[in-house]
Design a binder for this molecule. Structure first.
Ligand code: CMC
Length: 328
């Protein structure tokens, strides 16, 4: 993702070592996460923590260093997100430890012990599926910041702000909340009629600005949701609800090119791994950080130009200034 080529063994080892030695974050960022109310929203907490890192590190752009900083940021994102979970659950701080994968290091820091292989595998797949996806709103927001030569940590804050919304990265949480609200598979049809058809509301986890068909990532998430559902009744229930809802959604909206997107099933995977809903957008952010950074670095190193859109003014051509006391 960062280097444009599959690594040689020695390159991979160097990157892995860099990742493993970069999990520490300044105490001030950890303290801030634990000092804020437990109900604090996850992406807001991530922005706050990255704001601290931007203030402390404030790195300048140097071709020889940019990619190493990117790897450091990915490692620190795992630390920040694991500790947001721990803080919100009333647990003590824990720094991820080197392991065979970022997925395992992150999960074992968050949950504080050994995590079974099938959950680590599902997390690893989520990290891959969400790594990058052209230039959605979050990448665009971060690119705008990068184009001003703002520091890489601040660019992540910009990207996080755009990811948070329910039309983008927040959609997995919203999709899953529908499943929770529905409650059981036999209630799906009634819920769909009352809440989507009658109220003319959008089905969350459906539709995409680019795809006018099934999002290929969604199919892979569904496969891992199925694996996590085997032996877990609660996950199975949400999967059954989602499958019925998917069927109704496709029957109703496919004529408009609206199909399930990647966020429809991803929440079931995150829930199956053991995370509460408030973590879903944060996990998307952890996965997407590397893709964001690759875009920012490529843009600045290869085609740097300030991104500054123009606006076409269409208002009245002239209006006289009226003093405040005369404005009625
Ligand atoms: N449910 C029902 N109808 C929909 C939906 C939906 N989720 N999405 C689009 N439509 C309809 C829309 O009402 C419109 O109908 P009409 O032509 O009759 O007015 C038509 O499809 C075209 O919609 P659009 O607004 O032009 O589509 P868009 O490309 O601007 O919207 C979207 C893309 C993702 C904002 C939208 O599909 C949406 O709001 N989806 C729900 C939120 C969601 O799941 N977001 C995740 C996006 S993918 C992953 C990511 O980026 O994080």
């Amino acid at each position: 993702m960062l280097y444009g080529e599959l690594p040689k063994k020695s390159d991979l080892q160097r990157v892995k070592n860099k990742l493993d030695e970069s999990f520490e974050v300044p105490d001030q960022a950890i303290n801030l996460i634990y000092s804020l109310p437990k109900e604090s929203e996850t992406i807001g907490l991530m922005e706050a923590a990255f704001g601290v890192l931007a203030a402390i590190y404030n790195p300048t752009w140097e071709k020889a260093k940019n990619k190493d900083i990117a790897i450091e940021i990915v490692a620190k994102t795992a630390t920040i997100l694991a500790n947001i979970y721990r803080a919100k659950e009333g647990l003590k701080p824990r720094i991820p430890q080197p392991s065979e994968s970022l997925a395992r290091s992150f999960l074992e820091a968050a949950f504080g012990g050994h995590v079974e292989d099938k959950k680590v595998k599902a997390m690893d797949i989520a990290l891959i599926l969400y790594t990058d996806h052209e230039v959605p709103a979050s990448t665009t927001a971060g690119l705008v910041a990068a184009s001003t030569l703002s520091d890489l940590y601040s660019c992540i804050v910009a990207a996080l702000s755009a990811l948070k919304g329910p039309l983008h990265g927040g959609a997995a949480e919203e999709a899953f909340k529908q499943f929770v609200e529905i409650g059981s598979p036999e209630k799906v049809d009634e819920w769909f009629k009352t809440n989507i058809l009658d109220k003319k509301k959008r089905l969350m986890g459906f539709g995409h600005r680019v795809y006018r068909t099934f999002d290929p990532r969604g199919k892979i998430f569904k496969k891992y949701a199925e694996e996590l559902a085997s032996g877990n009744e609660q996950v199975k229930k949400y999967l059954d609800i989602a499958e019925r809802l998917e069927k109704l959604g496709v029957e109703t909206f496919s004529g408009k090119g609206v199909y399930p997107n990647t966020d429809f099933y991803s929440g079931i995977v995150f829930y199956g791994i053991g995370f509460p809903i408030y973590m879903f957008t944060g996990i998307f952010a952890l996965s997407r950080t590397l893709g964001w950074l690759a875009h920012f670095i490529e843009y600045v190193e290869e085609q740097h130009r300030l991104i500054r859109p123009r606006a076409l003014y269409v208002g009245p051509s002239q209006r006289d200034y009226v003093p405040l006391e005369n404005r009625g």
